[in-house]
Design a protein around this ligand. Sequence first.
Ligand code: NAD
Ligand code: TDX
Length: 347
Amino acid sequence: QNQHPILLVTGGAGFIGSNFIHYMIAKHPSYKIINLDSLTYAGNLDNLRNIETNKNYLFIKGNICDSTLIQTIFNEYNPKYVVNFAAESHVDRSITNPQIFLETNIEGTQVLLDACRHHWATVERKLTSKFLQVSTDEVYGTLGPTGYFTEATPLAPNSPYSASKAAADMFVRAYHETFGINVNITRCSNNYGPYHFPEKLIPLIISNALEDKDLPVYGDGMNIRDWLYVEDHCRAIDLVLHEGKPGEVYNVGGHNEKANIEIVKLILKELNKPETLIKYVADRLGHDKRYAIDASKIKNELGWEPTVMFDEGIRYTIRWYLEHTGWLEKVKNGEYTEYYSKMYTKR
Ligand code: NAD
Ligand code: TDX
């Protein structure tokens, strides 16, 4: 077990989870990685094609809310580490259908925590095993024109998505305080990079611009997000998993604040497409104005800093999409087309 630690990754077929599995397989060749994913619309095994046959990798299709399945996996594989990415992750979908966000994001997290509680009951396991919850800066709510979220910022979620992530964070905290299991929570800002599903701003804009379709910009386009290249996030998770202090929360961010409209114009410029494609549309309900992360704790305690500059990361990402038009076309299947027309027609 110590020589070949078992890492259970949930939601590993999604955007960040699949990038994380690629990262960990290369970084820790002695680890056995189990990817548990229910393959919702956002789960895509094409993200993992080149490692499918790796002997250190196993995929299990299943739901994190299924406590019987989770117990079976724990009994059979005895994971040392659990990293929970599995979630409903899109704010707009949480506005149209909040219920599934409660189920997956809150109940699912609690089911995983319960398995850890039962399987890591000895003092030794409490010290050597870890549950890492991949959370988000959105749990802190929204900022005015200045200031940053620190780990001490009170939670004030504004969307059903962020409310469900905040509730899950509270369960993680409670299981640490009450049952003594070793946990960390990471709260990261907006990620971008390969395998990002085209319901999210950056891949949606790239995908529409390539087809010369309207580029929907919510409100005045002046909402600000702090963008981080996905591999920098994966490196932060790896570091917190191995070196994070028990029970601690770590913010992760790019120090890279950009207004949405800036991003859209930059993508248009890179693709040599006209700004006339931009279409200002009705704003998102409860739209958070600005996110910005103070990542000094993870820098001072664990030595983590972002390494990919935005200009470089976004160019690489655009090139990736240009070189993976087959991947993009495949994910824009029936479900996506239906979602897209519901979301954007007459908006
Ligand atoms: P994603 O939507 O691309 O992927 C989610 C994955 O979870 C999919 O593969 C999906 O099939 C799987 N899944 C959903 N419900 C499940 C269930 N009940 N059981 C098992 N698997 C299930 O999301 P993402 O953007 O990769 O985000 C991953 C995690 O990181 C989420 O927890 C999200 O809250 C968090 N996060 C995301 C960002 C971001 O910018 N994307 C930033 C900070 C934090
Ligand atoms: O078509 C669009 N037009 C638009 O103007 C879309 C999809 C988005 N936007 C705006 C809304 C946001 O201000 O762009 C910004 C980014 O939107 P999203 O890509 O939907 O991301 P966001 O809502 O910021 O949330 C993301 O970052 C934090 C992830 O989806 C979350 O899972 C993560 O927790």
